[in-house]
Design a protein around this ligand. Structure first.
Ligand code: NAD
Length: 495
């Protein structure tokens, strides 16, 4: 077994002070080990926070266009490493290779987009209510940012957080998921090679305890968290008590509506991609299909026929369409939800178990699974399963579909397939979600658009795009009086 990997703190790869370690394994073949990583301790976190704090004053003064040039270099290096990074990703967390390439591409796109922001980062100028007075607003850095990320987009999500944070003048400490540490290491090595100054980018490995220590450190200014609702709630509670800035991106229970006038084949293709892409382990995955009663039976039949034909295989295998679940807990969780669905009276139409092929027994594979005859109040229709399980429900009308779609505590992504432009516009208006797709599946976000959810999916922030800058900067309003006398707002007005 390799030596325990090192954290990256203050520009150096440094051994953790903790003795605890964990192993990163290939979920398609658990005998394939990627490495041993430290369960970093609060004192490792403390070192990282000091390094990030120390680098902050100088980094704030680096002009944003110069920061943008570093991001351009990072983009070029990510491009150079795209194939090797994608292969590492597939090996470490299981998604099929073409999706892993997409994950790296998203980070490249994010680097390009954010680099461009270096020459914008626009504030506003406005008019003053007083003569000889100038007003404007500018963005300023928040400070030291703790970035806590999940494993399902192991390069894209760290890029969504770190690139805008750095561009806005913050320094960062990345705490990646314990299920994708090797990807995080390569990502940070690339940022090191791109030339980000020592202390601006720090990496601390570890699991929930390390994440909790980062959240609780008194000298962190901001926590940006993506992951489960349970962990997000815990982070928010501690940030709230300490008045730290906190942005949360959490779970979803996304639905696709298929109206009777939809392009049937297109809707079917979208449903298969939305439900079984990334083995259903996307926060935006389609886990409910609300199908108009006129086409429901035919749609279900075709969906099941096609789901059964999906090639479940290790993600590096040519032609693989669906890889394994990420770990044993996920396998256990998905299996449990299948039992819950059956006990609630839903009809298991296909899948619901591990594939029987012996080659797939080496990993955490699960069959594409479809439930029908579901009711909106069932747990499998309300709770995030985060696996290749989709519930198909018959709906009477557009209004019925909207009511069911909106009837969960989550509000991340949504979709409608229809050829009726009026219906499509009503859906855009009425669906309670941060994202609505028309004639596209619930997955497929682009980096220049705001990303995030309403209700219990988030806490009001949006990542990516220009909106993402609002997480990592604070507005300062500037008033410049060139009248040479005291002018009183709200009092000396009107002349
Ligand atoms: P998770 O909550 O188990 O872990 C996410 C990260 O938080 C990991 O780095 C983990 O070590 C850390 N963590 C866990 N407990 C913590 C605590 N108490 N304090 C601080 N850090 C803690 O989630 P996961 O299994 O890695 O990811 C799956 C979840 O992420 C799903 O619920 C999915 O919907 C969600 N997700 C959401 C988005 C989004 O943008 N809305 C994107 C991807 C994933």
């Amino acid at each position: 077994m390799n030596k325990t990997r090192r954290n990256f703190i203050g520009g150096r790869w440094k051994a953790s002070s903790s003795r605890g370690t964990y192993i990163s394994r290939n979920p398609a073949d658990t005998s394939d080990i990627l490495g041993r990583f430290p369960e970093s301790s609060p004192s490792d976190i403390d070192l990282a926070v000091r390094a990030a704090r120390g680098a902050l004053p100088d980094w704030k003064l680096v002009p944003p266009p110069a920061k943008g040039l570093l991001l351009m270099r990072a983009a070029a290096l990510l491009e150079r490493e795209k194939e090797s990074l994608a292969r590492l990703m597939t090996r470490e967390m299981g998604k099929v290779l073409k999706e892993a390439r997409g994950d790296v591409q998203e980070a490249i796109d994010m680097a390009h987009y954010t680099a461009g922001e270096g020459r914008r980062l626009f504030g506003k100028t406005s008019t003053s209510e007083l003569r000889h007075k100038f007003v404007m607003s500018v963005r300023r850095a928040v400070g030291v940012c703790g970035l806590i990320t999940p494993w399902n987009f192991p390069v894209a999500i760290p890029s969504w957080k770190s690139f805008p944070a750095l561009l806005c003048g913050n320094t960062v400490i990345l705490k990646p998921s314990e299920d994708s540490p090797a990807c995080a290491q390569r990502f940070v090595e690339i940022l090191e090679e791109a030339g980000f100054p020592a202390g601006t980018v720090n990496l601390v490995f570890g699991g929930a305890q390390t994440g909790a220590a980062l959240v609780r450190h008194p000298d962190i200014d901001l926590i940006s968290f993506t992951g489960s609702s349970e962990a997000g709630r815990d982070a928010a509670a501690h940030c709230g008590a300490a008045l730290k800035r906190c942005s949360l991106e959490m779970g979803g229970k996304n639905a696709q509506i298929v109206m009777d006038d939809a392009d049937f084949e297109l809707a079917l293709e979208g449903a298969l991609w939305g439900a079984f892409g990334t083995t259903g382990q996307r926060c935006t995955a389609t886990s409910r299909l609300l199908v108009h009663q006129k086409i429901h039976d035919r749609f279900l039949q075709e969906l099941v026929r096609r789901a059964r034909r999906l090639k479940v295989a290790p993600g590096l295998r040519a032609g693989a369409e669906m890889g394994p679940l990420v770990n044993a807990q996920q396998l256990e969780r998905v299996t449990r939800y299948v039992q819950i669905g059956r006990s609630e009276g839903a009809r298991l139409v296909c899948g619901g178990r591990r594939p029987s092929a012996s080659a797939l027994r080496k990993g955490f594979f699960f069959e594409p699974t479809v439930f029908s005859d579901v009711h909106p109040s069932m747990r499998i229709m309300q709770e995030e399963i985060f696996g290749p399980v989709v519930c198909v429900m018959k709906v009477r009308s557009f209004e019925h579909a909207v009511t069911v779609l909106n009837g969960t505590r989550y509000g991340l992504s949504s979709s409608i397939y229809t050829r009726d432009v009026n219906r499509a516009m009503e859906a855009v208006r009425d669906l309670e979600a941060g994202i609505t797709y028309v004639n596209g599946p619930t997955i497929g976000a682009e980096v220049h658009m705001p990303f995030g959810g309403i209700k219990q999916t988030g806490n009001g922030h949006r990542e990516a795009g220009e909106a993402g800058l609002d997480i990592f900067s604070e507005w300062k309003s500037v008033y410049i009086d060139f009248s040479g006398r005291l002018q009183k707002a709200q009092i000396d007005t009107g002349s």
